[in-house]
Ligand binder design. Structure first.
Ligand code: NIG
Ligand code: FE
Length: 441
């Protein structure tokens, strides 16, 4: 038996040796912990499974041609005498004392916006609610005004600096919504900026059309007319320029109701735009049920989630996505995550990076909020910001875990005692090296 075993070992070692010496690549050695490793990749992780993270201690990871090629333990590495070093073909990084994570996938942002809204921040501190600020012409309409006055190039420059910031904070894939345009021209301006980001940055980008984000002031007494504009003018032109992957609606009190949401989703679906909904942030809006009915990829926010919403989500393909940064910033109630996980649901977490309710795209902080505010374990939050958030942006076949053949989007931490230290030590920047598509950034 032992002889057969060692025969197969030798064959395997030869294969590994050949494979490792075929291409130029990047070898990371002596990794204290390789996190979220998958030998049999999954599309998402649900319920109890969310409390498990597969890790390899004292590991190596090989990247070839921008993809994850192979990984294993250092013991096996020395046993195999993987001799890339002697050939000098591969670049090497010694990750002693450091952890390697798959990059964060941030499946919900509005990071293309003009200027900022810190005056409303003060209004909030002094007691006004998000809805009161919106009613005074602040909020989304304030950002729409600023965006209208900003050139496309300027908007790109402001947005790409946010992109560079989130890359340095470990994000490797991001979904970005329109919705601060609210006219055909300005929605197109936003979506073209999103496309330009996608073309010019190594980060993976998904674009969402969110024309139904607010009702512009001039349509205040004629919401129907604005919905007509979204359905009959915005969607066809956006689809013809292939500027969006998804369609979103702010289905909540004071914005769009379920019936209006359905009409907008149906119009988008006709053009192949897959639904993702802003639901149940301000009220039990029916947004979750509407999203499920239209097989939304995700329903997001969910601060007002009861048994009916949980029941509606169980057994569906729709990913509940929580945005603890905006609940924290606005002082909203926390969604009942423990109940959701107990019911067998998957959960994803995203930043909601936007100027009004979450002016931060820091997914490290989102992880900490998941643990501290939502009472999720470090393992659950790691699943929520990697594989499950990749699912929520249609990317879990290629992103969101360390698996052979997936895109090599990873980050290497500083020297830290454990992977749980990441969400625990909130506010510290613990990321030392970012690698996107196999290249250090
Ligand atoms: O997800 N809730 C709707 N939209 C954004 C906020 C937009 C804004 O206030 O600018 C959100 O929180
Ligand atoms: Fe949002």
């Amino acid at each position: 038996m032992e002889i057969i075993d060692s025969f197969f070992n030798i064959c395997y070692l030869r294969l590994a040796f050949l494979r490792l010496n075929t291409y130029m690549g990047l070898l990371i050695r002596n990794i204290k912990g390789l996190i979220q490793v998958e030998n049999n990749p999954r599309l998402k992780v649900c319920g109890k499974e969310m409390s498990l993270i597969n890790t390899i201690s004292d590991a190596w990871l090989l990247i070839k041609d921008g993809l994850i090629s192979d990984f294993g333990t250092m013991k096996e590495f020395y046993l195999k005498k993987i001799v890339c070093e002697t050939k000098g073909e591969d670049e090497e990084i010694d990750a002693s004392g450091r952890f390697v994570f798959p990059s964060f996938c941030d499946s919900h942002t509005h990071l293309v916006y003009a200027g900022s809204r810190e005056t409303e921040f003060t209004d909030k501190i002094l007691g006004l609610s998000y809805e009161e600020i919106a009613e005074r012409g602040g909020g989304i309409l304030n950002s729409a005004r600023k965006l209208h006055e900003t050139s496309e190039n300027d908007l790109f420059l402001q947005s790409i600096s946010r992109i560079n910031e989130i890359i340095s904070l470990g994000t490797g894939a991001v979904e970005i919504k329109s919705g601060y345009g609210l006219t055909v021209e300005d929605e197109l301006k936003m979506l073209r900026v999103i496309r330009r980001i996608s073309d010019s940055s190594p980060i993976e980008v998904k674009a969402t059309f969110l024309g139904a984000h607010a009702i512009p002031a001039e349509y205040r007494n004629n919401k129907e007319k604005y919905i007509d504009l979204v359905i009959n003018e915005m969607i066809p032109v956006i689809a013809s320029e292939q500027l969006a992957d998804y369609i979103d609606v702010f289905c909540d009190r004071g914005f769009f109701n379920p019936e209006e949401t359905e009409r907008i989703l149906m119009a988008g679906l006709k053009y192949g735009l897959i639904p993702k909904i802003h639901a149940n942030e301000l009220d039990f809006s029916g947004g979750v049920q509407t999203g499920v009915k239209y097989n939304a990829l995700s329903v997001d926010h969910l601060e007002r989630t009861g048994d009916a919403e949980i029941e509606a989500l169980v057994g569906t393909d729709t990913m509940p996505t929580l945005l603890p940064g905006s609940a924290f910033f606005l002082g909203l109630p926390d969604p009942p995550v423990r109940k959701m996980i107990k019911a067998g649901l998957p959960v994803s977490l995203a930043s909601d990076y936007n100027p009004g309710s979450s002016p931060s795209g820091n997914m490290n902080f989102v992880m900490s909020l998941g643990c501290i505010k939502l009472k999720m374990t470090p393992e659950e939050v790691i699943n929520s910001v990697t594989i499950n958030s990749a699912y929520a942006m249609g990317l879990s076949e290629t992103h969101g875990s360390i698996a052979r053949g997936k895109v090599a989007n990873i980050f290497i931490t500083k020297q830290i005692p454990s992977y749980q230290f990441m969400p625990y030590a909130f506010g510290s920047n613990l990321i030392e090296t970012v690698i996107l598509r196999g290249s250090p950034c």
